[in-house]
Design a protein around this ligand. Structure first.
Ligand SMILES: *Cc1c(COP(=O)(O)O)cnc(C)c1O
Length: 368
């Protein structure tokens, strides 16, 4: 018998190649390959319109975007952040020469627990870097209030938050900067890529210069900028992807709905988010395996692997548990919620062309 097809947690979403090829031909003919060409401008316009935010800068990836946002805000010393994220969130802080201070998460949203932030503030704290985990908005009002009272700057890792709205406006409009990822695995992708959202035209200009070596004009360099420019090929792909994104998200919604039906009443299996928890882009469907399930999370994870289903334990281990984040002295901070979720969470395959049969195959392994 043939082995069942491998199902990975994600499969990149690509538009029909025929829609992209004519754009590549134009780029080839024009020889405008990078440095703010016409597709770069067109992609920014399209994103701005779709997302409902005005000041957008395109970058090569979100990790560099987070690092540059921290640089742009002149953060120093300590930055309060979440341990429950992809390692890039912490790495960006380390690259910017900052010390991440980890604060526990809220077990319902999986976002940094705003009620615990103030206790972690010291005279050295300069900012907060929070994640809208799986696209669920942080408690942005509370974070804004804390930031105001303590004169802190706020950066949101919005890698999961493409298109997410909060109380009638884009969730990207909160904080000093929000950073999107367009990596191949995300809801909206340009293979690699990302964007930094700024609050003002002035802040965007500063970011734009940081993306391009800190260059102001031929004779003026204002800062130790980086090279984080998005190429025309990438930007052009972005303009094509934008035409399809609503359809991709609708397909994801149907898959989310089907999983909830298929896995709805399994003892010890809980969905992190209730089905009505709008707004969502259905980036992932995190489940928690707890007491009452006949297998532990890891047993289930390996059982799925034996059946060629590559679910992922996002986010495990916690960022704070990687060696470069270890406290040189004393104990790692206690983060019972983050630790508990990290030991129980599992993300199932979720991407627009996952078929009903494949979902049933996954559900059968989980049930068996
Ligand atoms: C994917 C991801 C990143 C990194 O994005 P890149 O564009 O690949 O650099 C950062 N943070 C989180 C939470 C992510 O999921």
């Amino acid at each position: 018998m043939e082995a069942p097809k491998n199902l990975f947690v994600t499969r990149p979403t690509l538009p029909p190649l025929g829609e992209y090829l004519p754009l590549i031909e134009k780029i080839w003919a024009s020889r405008i390959l990078t440095n703010s060409g016409p597709y770069h401008a067109q992609f920014i316009d399209g994103l701005s319109h779709y997302l409902g935010v005005e000041h957008i800068s395109l970058v090569t990836n979100a990790t560099v975007g987070l690092m540059l946002a921290a640089k742009a805000l002149h953060l120093t010393g300590e930055v309060i952040t979440t341990p429950f994220s992809f390692v890039a969130t912490g790495h960006a802080l380390l690259w910017a020469g900052l010390k991440p201070v980890f604060v526990d998460i809220n077990p319902n949203t999986l976002n940094i627990d705003a009620n615990r932030i103030e206790a972690a503030i010291t005279p050295r704290t300069s900012g907060i870097m929070a994640l809208h985990c799986y696209g669920r908005p942080c408690y942005v009002e509370a974070i804004e209030d804390i930031a105001k009272r303590h004169s802190l700057r706020v950066i949101y890792d919005a890698a999961h938050a493409f298109g997410i709205r909060h109380k009638g406006q884009s969730v990207l409009s909160f904080g000093d900067h929000s950073v999107l990822s367009f990596h191949a695995t995300k809801v909206f992708n340009t293979l690699e890529g990302g964007a930094i959202v700024s609050r003002s035209a002035e802040a965007k200009l500063h970011i734009d210069r940081l993306i391009n070596y800190g260059i102001v004009d031929e004779q003026t360099v204002e800062s130790t900028g980086f090279n984080a420019k998005m190429s025309e090929l990438t930007a052009a792909l972005g303009t094509v992807q934008l035409k399809h994104i609503d359809g991709y998200i609708e397909q994801r919604q149907q898959i989310d709905f089907r999983y909830r039906k298929l896995l709805g009443n399994i003892p010890g299996l809980h969905f992190v988010h209730p089905p009505e928890a709008a707004p969502s882009n259905y980036y992932a469907l995190p489940i928690l395996i707890g007491a009452g399930h006949h297998r532990s999370r890891d047993e289930l994870y390996f059982r799925l692997r034996e059946n060629n289903v590559f679910a992922r334990r996002y986010f495990y281990p916690l960022i704070s548990d990687f060696p470069m984040y270890a406290e040189p002295h004393g104990q790692a901070p206690e983060m019972p919620n983050a630790r508990s979720v990290a030991s129980r969470v599992l993300c199932l395959p979720m991407y627009p062309d996952l078929t009903e049969d494949e979902q049933e195959r996954i559900a059968n392994v989980i049930r068996s």
